[in-house]
Design a protein around this ligand. Structure first.
Ligand code: FE
Length: 296
């Protein structure tokens, strides 16, 4: 299968949040993101892109949008044709949608879990006004790798694989699976999918939780940012969901904090990147080689 239609990166996400005001101070003061607000939206910035995360007010406190960046207009058209051929309804983004997202072109569709999804090309890159974090920190690892990653629950693992792997063209980096025969009792069966050198842009598991979104991940350039942010959480009483640890598969050194919406942010450093020439799909028993414990 040609991967011409495969997205180049997970470029942006949208979150519906019940307390945008608290989110604004959390995003700037703890995460170190820039914020720009309009009447309806908060736009969070972390690099040259005009924005990477948009927050809209609502009661769901969950993921409400995935934005897949295509290399160019031809790749966007090819994806639109492929979705249509698979019987998935595609809508062309109107002038309002393009203005809201600040992109050249855009299509809209739904994933098998009913998550509003978009593929776009030509995002606004604002180098005339370089990103500076409101916090003292290095910078975020983004660029070709996209904004970060998300881990979410899906209704059916098979249907989500059929969509994300077989239609969108993402590749499976590895699996974390329970292996009771090896003494590992866990109910988690996680698939990790990539579209570029980032080990995964999307991970999912078949599970019913109150929310679709388990966490989104932001990767920083310096390990000091992880340490400083961990202590900042302690100082400001931001609940830690999982303590400092190292993931088995992407090698990320990270911890998880609770957001004002209840789902988590993984704040990490030092992940390995996939070399397409040599990577083979792997199986892991545990998600972490050490740490990532639930705090007492
Ligand atoms: Fe993660």
């Amino acid at each position: 299968m040609s991967d011409f239609c495969c997205p180049a990166q997970l470029g942006y996400i949208g979150l519906e949040v019940s307390d945008p005001e608290r989110w604004q101070s959390f995003a700037t003061g703890i995460l170190g993101l820039g914020v720009e607000s309009t009447d309806e939206m908060l736009y969070l910035r972390m690099d040259d892109y005009a924005w990477r995360i948009c927050l809209s007010r609502g009661s769901r406190d969950d993921l409400c949008l995935l934005g897949w960046e295509m290399r160019d207009a031809a790749a966007l058209e090819a994806l639109a044709a492929r979705l249509t051929a698979k019987g998935i309804a595609v809508r062309r983004g109107d002038r309002d949608a393009l203005n809201r997202r600040l992109v050249v072109d855009l299509i809209e569709f739904e994933d098998p879990n009913g998550i509003k999804s978009e593929a776009y090309c030509g995002p606004l890159i604002d180098r005339a006004n370089p990103f500076r974090s409101p916090r003292q920190m290095s910078s975020f690892v983004t660029g070709d790798l996209g904004f970060g990653h998300i881990t979410m629950t899906v209704d059916s693992l098979d249907r989500s694989l059929a969509f994300y792997r077989d239609v969108l063209g993402l590749r499976i980096s590895d699996w974390v699976r329970p292996q009771p025969e090896r003494g590992v009792e866990s109910h988690v069966n996680l698939a990790f999918l990539r579209c570029n050198g980032r080990h995964h842009s999307l991970a999912f598991m078949e599970m019913k939780l109150p929310r679709r979104l388990h966490h989104f991940m932001l990767q920083v350039e310096s390990i000091d940012d992880v340490g400083q942010t961990l202590y900042l959480c302690e100082d400001r009483q931001i609940p830690i969901e999982l303590t400092l640890g190292r993931h088995t598969n992407d090698g990320m050194l990270s911890f998880y904090m609770q957001t004002p919406s209840g789902f988590s942010v993984e704040y990490g450093w030092g992940a390995r990147e996939v070399d397409e020439a040599t990577w083979t799909t792997q199986l892991h028993t545990n998600g972490s080689s050490w740490g990532h414990r639930h705090p007492a």
